[in-house]
Design a protein around this ligand. Sequence first.
Ligand code: UDP
Length: 431
Amino acid sequence: MVFLNRKRLALISVHGDPAIEVGKEEAGGQNVYVRNVGEALSHQGWHVDMFTRRVSADQAAIVEHNAHCRTIRLTAGPQEFIPRDEIFEFLPEFVQGFLDFQKQLDAPYRLIHSNYWLSSWVGMDLSKKLSIPQAHTYHSLGAVKYKSVSTIPLIAKTRLAVEKTCLETVNRVVATSPQERDHMRSLVSSRGSIDIIPCGTRIDHFGTVTQADARQALGIAPDEKVVLYVGRFDPRKGIETLLRAVDACQARKTENVRLIIGGGSRPGHSDGDERERIESIVSELGLEGVTQFAGRLSQDDLPSYYAAADVCVVPSHYEPFGLVTIEAMACGTPVVGSDVGGLQFTVVPERTGLLAPPKDVAAFAASIDRLLLNPTWRHTLGQAARKRVETTFSWDGVATQLGKLYEVLLEEASQEASQEQSSKKLAQASA
Ligand code: UDP
């Protein structure tokens, strides 16, 4: 389809570069979300530029994904990796970089959609300076996250304040699940406007391989019972709970169980430290013979891993949405997840998977057993999981809902502008 007069949309994702490899330190769901939303919206008639921070001089300043979707890397602070909790001070430079970039364009941006609290600050500043509307997706809420961690970072106070201002002032906040909206209302503010639009997944990419083919490709025997984890190495992800649950489950005694842990890490960085800790628990429990560390899995390899698994476990202490869950479900693999956040929305207990209280080793072990020891039921759950993803979580469906929201925001902005103009005229006439 040919779209004339494409409207320019700026997706802002300061720390989550949509053009890089995901699955290792600080690169996960947000990167995937921004990239897929951006591309899908460009196919639906928008011109989408995705702004992020340049973390190395070797990185291209502009990456073109298609004729109407680009990643633009702005310089803000040193061109090196900086943990997200230390980026705040460089945001004014990011705003300036954006404004300089816009000057070279023949048409300005009409709307901003920011991602994560750092970008919300950038978006609020730009929205004010340019008088354009802003939508925001949090991806993670400080108010919830800080309840589940033992050390609260120095930036916490600033983050909580920015998240509150954002909810109360931006044109629309996008919650990715009803649970996230409830958290915003109970823990952040009762003011502000929220729409619920979920995250999505590539339903034509995940779900195209059969379990038999996937197992043959990965060298996994038909009689093995495969438990899969996919995600970053981060204590919040609860991999320790999974290890202890696999150690405790009944199936370990009667079946040929294999635990695959997929995810990248870099020695000397925080994910490398967590991987070392996880490896030491594997040794402590004597699970070396059962556990396979698969390293970072590419998006091309992932469909086979999900399809080969009997169950995918998402044992997070806190999970705002959890893309891994819907990727596994799209591949027909039921999920055992923690009974928290977005997992309460994506997993329908007893229908597409099971939920267990976070950190509850016995409950995770029992749920894993129920699936491993009932192949027919497991299969039924897997089929229902695929259906749920097809109807609710495709990127095209998500982008359509976002596109409609953007149109509403543009309409509201133009009404506001014309009201302002008429009041000005009235004031001038009566002066
Ligand atoms: N991922 C990947 N390779 C890996 C591990 C993870 O591509 O080795 C991807 C995974 O497919 C998913 C994303 O990283 O799309 C993780 O998103 P999720 O929302 O589950 O967690 P987050 O990282 O945002 O906490």
